[in-house]
Design a protein around this ligand. Structure first.
Ligand code: ACM
Ligand code: ZN
Length: 746
């Protein structure tokens, strides 16, 4: 830690020294990791010397396609660095000074999405066999510039040679736009963020129980009815979103024109869009619009909560297949990609078991049960998609009852369904809830609302799309991996990006970089710079500032930051830690109980949550005859936080008490007991505090005045008791016990 602190000081001195110069001089002998490219390239060599990129630098393109990419580079350079370069389309520029983009078969790369990036003193060369490869070369080149210190300044790029290509073909992100709706601008922003991370597959989850989001010309009610619900639902604040119609209903959908616009935008970023039309389950919005497609005939309402609903598409009625084929025809018409996602997850069989049509289908088709009926359903859709020269992909439940021959499996319930499908010869995209669910919590701390679970940044980083259990000859069936963003708890842009980033950055490396190039510590260092790129894009990401505080030995506090190289700032005087607080370098030892408050501060000054710990906390037991309310347990009254407290469930009577008995007698000068909340509600009006030297006999120490009881101690306290002395008319809160000297102030 100390070493890095010095490094930063050194860097600041360097910046001050050089601030008068126009050109940022690059240090010689840059290491690959100091390039801070994410995802880490397959191979990097850095040499002495540098190339200066300025507004006068010409950018040459060897053909029409590379010219398009050169234009993209010019636009991004203007946005990221404030440099406005000219793209030269007249000559090849092959032997001239400047930046040169070339699409050529004369490259030695194992993957068509790969590229070579060479930087010498007077030229930058990006070469690839495809425009997509060239585009990724440009992404790396842009990251050598981004983040800039100052817009409009010439940029020194280190001399280097990068050869890079992806490990996996499918580098995906999913977004659920149904639980909550997102504007086309935000979809484009997500696509930009994906492109920056060399991700190439956007799984657009367009239909769900809570909303149908794609315009289908033949079935206008899908969006007239199915795109709108009574309110935002999910017990969220209506003000968390702006997506309301004139009737005040919540929702929205993408018109065909908007979808075409998004597809075109994605294509410009070399991202394929995989549209998802959910079936047979998660279909309440469609069934609300067309209840005749259900087993019961409805009527239905669009649900305002998440979960799994019993009403699903009827598998017995031919009208269902007619409808779905017509819908899919329009979808296929819009989306040029090879894959169509048909969902297939979480389909209860309750209605099918009771439905005459479904049971008749089972009989006619000689199916064993409802699982086979689901399999029949998926097979029928798969055949239709095959006829249209498309490939079906679905969540791993599509395996149940037998998998359709050409189907690709998206493994979400862990990696095992994917492993099995690959062994059976099916293509697989790995997206397990163990690593890839970005709607899960990111740390054990006070975090914005999430669906549950816990997937830390480092967990994402350990993701292996092709687990070792897969035999070598089946490994090619693992197409890649994907991060999923379900939006039950994420009503707007900031909520989504906070959950997606930086986990998506970690994921990008697991699907792009070779396994032997993946190194958590190295990634964390690069991430500290990468986060500044996100900051420059005004993206609300989660500060990876988790701290693990341990006291394995009494009085010895060890703190570990989430990112190995980030700085922890701490205080021991109760004040909030900030940039001027002490920097944690080695374990802290305390003779007496001490409140340590700590937080991570990133190089861009973004601060993580404050984590707290009291060292030398005495152990104690609690005995009380007052019922507590919910999470407001008695232990909260002696945890160092006024924010957490004990709250009685009901108004206490005059015989109510709460006793703490310490394992070791507790030595202090004074004892303060605070009652009531911060607004002074629910204070103890009539009560006393008693203390005991032996844990048996108690003597009165103090009584409550204005909600606080204060008394001087003249012996070591083995036990203390808060007693209520008159019936109260309202519940009470005991906020905190504070022994003077309990928190040592330095
Ligand atoms: C899923 O998360 N239900 C695919
Ligand atoms: Zn049915």
């Amino acid at each position: 830690m100390r070493k890095n602190y010095l490094c930063w000081n050194f860097l600041i001195v360097l910046i001050l020294l050089y601030s008068g110069l126009m050109i940022h001089t690059s240090e010689h002998g840059k290491t690959a990791s100091s390039l801070n490219i994410i995802p880490e390239p397959a191979s990097t060599e850095v040499f002495d010397g540098s190339f200066t990129l300025a507004e006068t630098t010409p950018v040459y393109a060897d053909c029409e396609k590379s010219e398009e990419t050169a234009q993209y580079f010019a636009e991004e350079l203007s946005k990221r660095a404030g440099l406005n370069v000219e793209v030269d389309t007249t000559g090849s520029g092959d032997d001239e000074e400047g930046v040169y983009l070339e699409i050529t078969d004369n490259v030695d790369l194992p993957h068509e999405e790969g590229y070579h990036l060479e930087i010498e003193e007077n030229r930058v060369k990006v070469r690839a066999s495809t425009q997509q490869g060239l585009f990724y070369g440009i992404q790396s080149l842009l990251q050598l510039i981004d983040p800039v210190e100052e817009m409009g300044e010439p940029q020194a790029l280190p001399s280097l040679k990068i050869t890079d290509y992806p490990e996996f073909d499918w580098r995906g992100m999913h977004l659920d736009v149904c639980r909550h709706f997102f504007s086309t601008d935000f979809i484009k922003e997500m696509l930009d963020l994906m492109a920056m991370h060399k991700m190439n597959s956007f799984h657009w989850h367009l239909t769900e129980d809570q909303g149908w989001r794609i315009e289908i010309e033949e079935y206008p009610r899908l969006t007239e009815v199915g795109a709108w619900r009574d309110c935002i639902g999910f017990e969220l604040d209506p003000a968390d979103s702006t997506h309301y119609n004139e009737k005040g209903e919540y929702g929205g959908y993408y018109s065909r024109e908007e979808i075409k616009e998004i597809i075109e935008y994605a294509q410009s970023l070399h991202i394929n869009i995989v549209p998802e039309i959910e079936m047979p389950g998660h279909a309440m919005a469609a069934l609300t619009a067309y209840p005749e497609l259900s087993c019961t005939g409805g009527p239905f309402e669009i649900p305002l909560r998440g979960g799994v609903f019993d009403d699903v598409f009827c598998a017995g009625k031919d009208e269902t297949f007619e409808f779905l084929k017509n819908v899919l025809s329009e979808v296929i018409d819009l989306f040029p990609g090879k894959y169509v996602h048909i969902g297939g997850d979480e389909c209860p069989k309750t209605r099918w078991e009771e439905c005459e049509d479904c049971q008749q289908r089972i009989e006619e088709e000689g199916l064993a049960d409802e699982d086979e009926l689901q399999s029949y359903f998926i097979h029928r859709i798969e055949e239709f998609l095959s006829e249209k020269d498309k490939r079906l992909i679905g969540w791993d439940e599509i395996k149940e009852g037998g998998l359709a021959p050409g189907a690709t499996v998206m493994s979400w319930r862990g990696k095992d369904p994917g492993i099995q499908a690959a062994k059976d010869g099916h293509d697989v995209v790995m997206s397990p809830t163990s690593h890839c669910y970005f709607d899960f919590y990111q740390w054990e701390a006070e975090e914005p609302r999430a669906i549950g679970g816990l997937i830390k940044l480092e967990d994402v980083y350990t993701f292996r799309p092709a687990p070792p259990e897969i035999p070598e000859d089946k490994r090619h069936h693992i197409l890649g991996g994907q991060g999923n963003i379900w939006t039950e708890d994420l009503p707007n842009r900031d909520a989504v990006t906070y959950m997606a980033l930086p986990r998506m950055s970690a994921l990008s490396e697991t699907v792009w970089s070779p396994e032997d190039k993946r190194d958590w510590e190295d990634f964390s260092q690069r991430l500290l710079v990468h986060l500044q790129r996100l900051e420059a894009r005004d993206v609300d990401y989660r500060v990876p500032g988790g701290i693990t505080i341990e006291e394995k030995e009494k009085g010895k506090i060890e703190m570990t930051p989430e990112l190995p190289d980030s700085e922890i700032y701490y205080t021991v005087n109760g004040t909030e830690p900030g940039p001027h607080s002490s920097i944690y370098e080695e374990p802290l030892t305390f003779e007496e109980p001490t409140l340590v408050r700590a937080r991570v501060i990133l190089p861009d000054k973004k601060m993580g949550h404050v984590f707290e710990h009291i060292s030398n906390r005495p152990s104690y037991s609690v005995d009380a005859n007052i019922h507590f309310f919910a999470q407001d347990v008695p232990e909260n009254i002696f945890d160092g936080f006024h924010e957490t407290y004990f709250q009685s469930r009901w108004a206490p009577n005059d015989n109510a008490y709460l006793t703490l008995t310490f394992d070791e007698p507790y030595s202090a000068e004074r004892l303060l007991v605070f009652s009531g909340d911060e607004r002074k509600d629910w204070q103890i009006k009539d009560g006393i505090v008693e203390v005991s030297e032996d844990g048996e006999t108690f003597e009165k120490l103090s009584e409550f005045n204005h909600g606080i009881a204060v008394g001087d101690l003249n012996f070591d306290v083995k036990a203390l008791r808060v007693s209520i002395t008159k019936d109260h008319s309202d519940r009470v809160i005991i906020r905190e016990l504070q022994f003077e000297e309990q928190v040592k102030r330095r």
